[in-house]
Design a protein around this ligand. Structure first.
Ligand code: ZN
Length: 540
């Protein structure tokens, strides 16, 4: 019997000394051999050892009390874990983290070790996101150092970090926080160009979050009415993300707009933006010409900057000196000198452009042409042996030329400076997981029949968990490229058309080409008729 017990105890992981001690205890009782009793004893011992292991990794135990907790688990076994669970559940219910109805589910999670296995103690201490101010100081230094109620502030910090992380994970380009009424604030994310409500918080809780954000963005927490600008950054396992923040006092409280400048998203190549193989070839050629001007136009949020960056990527950086002037810098580009416009500090587009011209640049990228002075300098630079790339707020290619003429650029100068004008819009892509055949109206069915299109080719958005119920996931560009040729140059200089006529004609042409391009995207199963209708209506 002693041999069998010895084997049992050694499998239980006990040392020679300890098993000797246990065997001694069995021996001292001097009772006749009772297998059930021995089995029960061994079972209990196993259970206690298992409880020690659970207690050692349990997130329910504070590190300070872990040894005491392990010893308690060794002696009273499952009872100890039960007490820990009850204590934790009561705390969670009091803090509002757990509803009474969720307790059975939580108990099952605890028994199956789901949360314990997912988050071992040592890993849980490393947060997935850390906020820093622009000089790299952490939240602890900036916000928590003067905190009186440390526990509460720590919780605010966690909430703020979680909200930012949620935004990043949801691919948000903007995060907006504004008062819904006196009692509540709304937090919204702009995803694929559309705002979605992320959560509604009570004013007190949200004010604490706003203060923490203002502190990390280097703003004055006490100033709640006057508009303020700031910036901060976040470190996530994939890299760094920068945020630009603006606040202003509005009726009922304060409004925050946070722009997400995600450095971890890579700069797309021309083909990834949506250009065809032929277009990529000709644009790469133009991007490597010694002089000229490439204009990318479209309304706000149409992805102009992304296209501009992909054009820059096509430039042979080894042979050319590339300088960009941006507001703000959205991606960090290797081998490129990037200048950020800062109106407050007196660094404007015009000043930067003037200084850049003295640095022997080959390629100059102007984030956006907004005023007459910048327009004149950009056109002049394009004519004097530089390649200029710029974005412009205009609805179509001809509209862009009219806009430059409005800004005082002479048609003759413009016609000789311009190389190519690109207009673009972003359309939402159908979600791969839930797209399905569209329900068509009679007139649409007639159209299909007339153009010999199978109606199964036309898809619609349904919505699922992957796309948060919208039916769309991600966006792609629709582009209209106009290469300047002699005909266009003559037309531009002839002055037979007034700018008004030109714009009207251009917009009509752009709209019809947009519809045509859109229809081909629908037939390719990339997007829906509804989306194309929305884009062309906006353009018109
Ligand atoms: Zn979906």
């Amino acid at each position: 019997m002693t041999q069998i017990a010895q084997i049992f105890l050694s499998t239980a992981g006990l040392t020679q000394d300890m098993s000797g001690l246990v065997l001694g205890v069995i021996g001292e009782t001097a009772i006749p051999y009772r297998p059930l009793k021995v089995l029960f004893f061994i079972g209990w011992l196993y259970l206690c050892l298992y409880c020690v292991r659970r207690s050692d990794y349990s997130s329910l135990v504070h590190d300070k009390y872990r040894y005491a907790s392990n010893i308690a688990a060794l002696f009273i076994g499952p009872l100890h874990l039960f007490v820990l669970f009850i204590g934790d559940t009561v705390c969670k219910i009091q803090d509002g983290e757990l509803e009474l109805s969720e307790v059975p589910g939580y108990a099952v999670d605890c028994i199956l070790e789901r949360s314990v296995k997912k988050k071992p103690r040592r890993q849980a201490a490393v947060p997935e996101i850390e906020l820093h101010d622009t000089s790299g100081r952490s939240f602890d230094v900036v916000y928590l150092k003067q905190a009186h109620d440390n526990k509460k502030d720590r919780k605010t910090q966690e909430q703020t970090e979680q909200m930012i992380l949620d935004g990043v994970n949801a691919r948000a380009t903007d995060i907006l926080i504004d008062p819904k009424d006196e009692a509540e604030y709304t937090i919204r994310f702009r995803i694929d160009g559309f705002l979605r409500v992320h959560e509604v918080l009570d004013t007190k809780q949200c004010n604490a979050m706003i203060n923490s954000l203002k502190a990390i963005a280097g703003m004055d927490i006490a100033e709640k009415r006057r508009p303020q600008d700031g910036a901060f950054m976040a470190r996530i396992p994939e890299g760094e993300i920068f945020f630009r923040m603006a606040t202003s006092g509005v009726l009922g409280g304060e409004k925050l707009a946070i722009r997400v400048l995600d450095q971890t998203r890579k700069v797309l190549g021309l083909s990834e933006v949506g250009f065809s193989a032929d277009q990529v070839r000709s644009l790469t050629k133009i991007a490597n010409q010694p002089r000229g001007m490439i204009l990318v136009c479209g309304p706000t949020g149409s992805g102009k900057t992304t296209t501009l960056y992909s054009m820059l990527r096509a430039v042979k950086f080894e042979e050319r000196n590339i300088i960009t002037i941006e507001d703000p810098i959205e991606y960090v580009l290797p081998h490129v000198s990037q200048i950020e416009v800062n109106t407050k500090a007196g660094v404007t587009f015009v000043d930067s452009l003037r200084s850049v011209l003295r640095q022997d640049p080959d390629v100059i990228c102007v984030g956006e042409i907004r005023d007459a002075e910048t327009a004149a300098m950009a056109v002049q630079a394009a004519q004097t042996g530089h390649l200029v790339m710029a974005t412009l707020h205009a609805s179509s290619n001809i509209g862009a030329m009219v806009r430059l003429m409005d800004l005082g650029v002479k048609p003759l100068l413009l016609s000789s400076a311009l190389s190519v004008v690109i207009s673009q819009r972003l359309i939402r892509r159908l979600c791969e997981y839930c797209k399905g055949p569209a329900e068509l109206t009679q007139s649409q069915l007639d159209y299909c029949e007339k153009h010999e299109v199978s109606k199964e080719q036309i898809l619609m958005a349904n919505g699922c968990g992957h796309c948060s119920g919208t039916g769309y996931y991600g966006r792609t560009a629709m582009l209209d490229i106009m290469y300047m040729n002699d005909d266009l140059r003559t037309l531009l200089c002839s002055q037979q058309l007034t700018p008004g006529d030109m714009k009207k004609q251009g917009d009509n042409r752009f709209n019809s080409s947009l519809r045509k391009e859109g229809m081909s995207r629908v037939l390719a199963g990339e997007t829906t008729l509804k989306e194309i209708k929305r884009i062309t209506m906006e353009a018109g």
